[in-house]
Each structure stands twice: as C-alpha cells, then as structure tokens.
Design a protein around this ligand. Structure first.
Ligand code: BTN
Length: 325
C-alpha cells in the first residue's frame, strides 16, 4: 500500500470537512482505481480515522484518530515551518530534554517533539508536570528567532496568546491568561508553558517552548494534590477534544504570531496578551524568590515583565513569581 497516497487521501478528506467525496472523484484526482481508493480508505479506518460512506455521495471524515503520531498530525498541518519536522514518542522523560538535545544537534526551527506521556515532565520553578498518557498535549517546540536573549520572555507571552486562540477555535471555550503564561478556564489551570533558552551573550541559538495542555482528563486523572486547581478542556467543555486538531491549531497560531512578532515587534502581541489577561487590573499576591508582594497588577512592560503597585505607591517590576489572584 502506498503510504504517501494514503496520507494525501487523509489530507483531502480533512480539507473537505463535512462534504463527501466520491470514490470516482478520488480515483480521478489521485490517478488510481476505485478499488485502490477503497483499500486506502480501509487502511485509514484501521488507523482510527472515522470515515463514513454515504450512498451516492461518497466518503466523509467525522473524526481523526486520537493520536499525536506524525502520520496523523502532519496531514492536518497548514503551517510552513512549525511542525513540519515532528519527533514523536510514546513515552519520554520530558519532551524538553529531547528538544534541547535536538536543538544542540542542529534541528531546524519549527521542530516539534510530541509525546503521549512523560515520566519526568517538568514545570516552571522546578515543579513536576503531570502528563497522563494519551490525555493531553505534551510537546516542546524549537524556535530559532534572530533576537537578543533579553527578548526571549516575550515569546512565552506570544505562545500563551497562540494557545488561547487555538483552544477558543477548537472548543469554543473562553480561556484567560494568568501572568506570565498559565492558561485558565473558569479560574483553573488547563495549560502551562515553559520557555527555555540556548543562547550566547548576544544572540538566541534556540528557544525551547514546552506546552503542557490538559485536553481529555477527567477529575480522577489528576493527582489529588492539584485537583482543586487544575482542569481539562473536556471537563470544562463536556466533550472530548481531538488532540491532533488542537495541535494543528496551536501550530498555526504560533507560526502566525511569531511571524507577526518578527515583522512588527512585541507591541501588537502585547495588546492581544492583555486582552486575555486575568491578572492585569487585579489585586494580586506575587511570591518571588526573595519576597512576597501584595498590590495592584497595573500592566506588563514592553519586555513582558509584570508591574505591581504596592499600597505605598511603589511600582515593582516582577520577572518571575508565583501569582495568587
Ligand atoms: C508550568 O506551568 O509550570 C509549565 C508546564 C510545562 C509542561 C510542559 S509538558 C511538555 C514540556 N515538557 C516538559 O517537561 N514540560 C513541558
């Protein structure tokens, strides 16, 4: 069986959306017999594609397999760079570790490391990250923007905007961003973003952007320690999400916004980030490595740094902290 044609057929079905395509049409488009079309369709069905066949109309796709394998994700992609190179694993320690190694070995910008589960997923501030098998999106994306290392934190905010818009697009839910880049649904965290850097003094070699997105967990899938504060898209939206479709949307938004950033700088992204922020304009408590500060979150600077006004009128700039709302 020619896998390239099977993948093209999958891509064609995805593009057609709800519209049916007849066996004859496929046969003509791909220059193969109708029997061959039927064999490719069967192959896709065996891989988990839910393809319906309607009499006198043809085939249409009602669901893609619940897998993040490149053969499922890649036919969906609409990006030129992000996700074109996918490094997939059933189990890894951490996709961040793999991505760092790949970046050091010269992997191109846009390379994405995806895993069904992680045994040592890590979060910000050296915390563990729960990565339930097959229930979420655990991925690290290598970007190679030509920027100074000081500008790297802005990319974490750009990624948060991309993730929020992807969740909105795929689920219709309305996520918010808690500074710097926790994505919340109804006040509970559904996505965490961890940006790490490989850099010289004056240039970024690679950004490793880790995204941990809780997609299809139910409450019992979460460690009791985080049950009160974590949620998944399924828990908030009442139906499972197609993870591969969500990955496609994240890649598309991330590529669009990194391009916008490179062309126009952080200003347009800052406005977008602020429009989703649940932090700005609120009284918050910020636990930094040195102190605990309470006051009004008045905004973010052009570097993506949080500004907090304490009751004595002093304005503090906060680079890294745990925020309580
Ligand atoms: C946080 O909110 O603390 C950030 C969490 C980031 C988790 C993701 S999951 C994929 C990637 N691999 C990791 O080990 N961490 C990031």
């Amino acid at each position: 069986m020619n896998t390239a044609i099977t993948n093209q057929l999958a891509r064609r079905l995805i593009k057609a959306g709800d519209a049916a395509i007849s066996g004859q049409q496929f046969a003509e488009e791909f220059g193969i017999s109708r029997t061959a079309v039927w064999k490719h369709i069967k192959e896709l069905q065996e891989e988990g594609y839910d393809i319906q066949s309607v009499k006198k109309k043809g085939y249409f796709l009602s669901a893609v397999p619940d897998s993040l394998k490149p053969e499922v994700v890649q036919p969906l992609l609409e990006t030129a760079v992000i996700g074109r190179n996918i490094n997939y694993h059933e189990t890894v320690t951490s996709t961040q570790i793999i991505a760092h190694q790949l970046a050091q070995d010269g992997a191109p910008g846009g390379t994405a490391v995806l895993a069904e589960t992680q045994t040592a997923g890590r979060g910000r501030l050296a915390r563990n990250w729960d990565s339930a098998a097959g229930k979420g999106i655990w991925m690290s994306i290598i970007l190679r923007p030509a920027i100074m290392p000081q500008r790297a934190p802005q990319f974490t905010l750009v990624t948060a905007v991309a993730v929020v818009q992807a969740i909105e697009e795929v689920t219709g839910l309305r996520p918010e961003i808690k500074w710097p880049n926790d994505v919340l649904l109804n006040g509970r965290k559904c996505t965490g973003i961890l940006t790490e850097l490989q850099a010289d003094m004056d240039s970024v070699q690679a950004l490793i952007i880790g995204i941990g997105l809780n997609a299809n967990q139910t409450q019992d899938d979460f460690d009791p320690a985080v049950r009160e504060v974590a949620t998944s898209l399924r828990m908030e939206g009442d139906k499972p999400v197609e993870r591969a479709v969500l990955v496609r949307s994240i890649f598309r938004h991330l590529e669009k916004y990194t391009d916008l950033y490179i062309e126009n700088g952080f200003a347009p992204l800052k406005v977008l980030w602020e429009s989703y922020s649940v932090t700005i304009g609120k009284r918050i408590r910020a636990r930094t490595a040195r102190e605990v500060l309470e006051g009004l979150a008045i905004g973010i600077t052009d570097d993506g740094v949080l500004e907090l006004k304490t009751d004595d009128g002093k304005i503090h700039t906060i680079y890294s902290a745990d925020i309580e709302l």
